[in-house]
Design a protein around this ligand. Sequence first.
Ligand code: HEC
Length: 193
Amino acid sequence: MASDPHKPVLLLAGALCLALVAAGAAGQDANDQAKEKAKDQAKEKAKDQAKEKAKPASPIYGVTVPDGLRDWRLIAPALEDAPLNELRAVLGNDLAVAAYRDGTRPFPDGTVLVKLAWERMRSPDFESATVPGRATTVQVMVKDSRRYPESGGWGFGRFVDGQPVDAGQHETCFACHEARVSDRDFVFTRYAR
Ligand code: HEC
């Protein structure tokens, strides 16, 4: 039997079709994967936002206590006389530490400074030593120049036992920082080397 002169053409067309279908399927796969990934990312973001929303936020500014701050780096300690009698430590996130080291002022958006405070306690182990007693407050300053144009670009939060204090107290934050240290981007604490 004479071979069909169309056979090679048909075979080629068939192979092409298969290749196209395969390529199409692969493309579809990649597409699906990208879609899945975008969905996952959106879900993650929504979860983060919900978590952030669920956190107690300060009045006026909506500032929350940052996660993981206990692992932040030390800017400087401080000691407060009576009647508060507190030991304090000011900590900064990475942006804060870099700005302090490089002398960048104003601090860039995203800078966060936290002041931890404890009652001053005589060491039970050594008379002349003072050590941290009960934790009293956590105070937070967040730099976001677009969100807080009226307070030098800083949002403030003061928390006792994880809960923000009232609006009245938050009205005093910027006033005091502005009155004393407006020439240092409203930040008191200097980097302790
Ligand atoms: C009467 C003045 C005064 C008021 C009011 C005040 N602060 Fe401060 N703040 C200070 C001083 C002084 C320091 C320096 C560290 C220290 O002495 O404890 C400081 C330090 C800080 C720091 C560390 C960064 C820095 O500037 O050194 C944060 C964060 C902070 N305060 C947040 C707040 C918040 C939030 C409020 C309002 C609820 C507030 N402060 C109200 C005087 C004040």
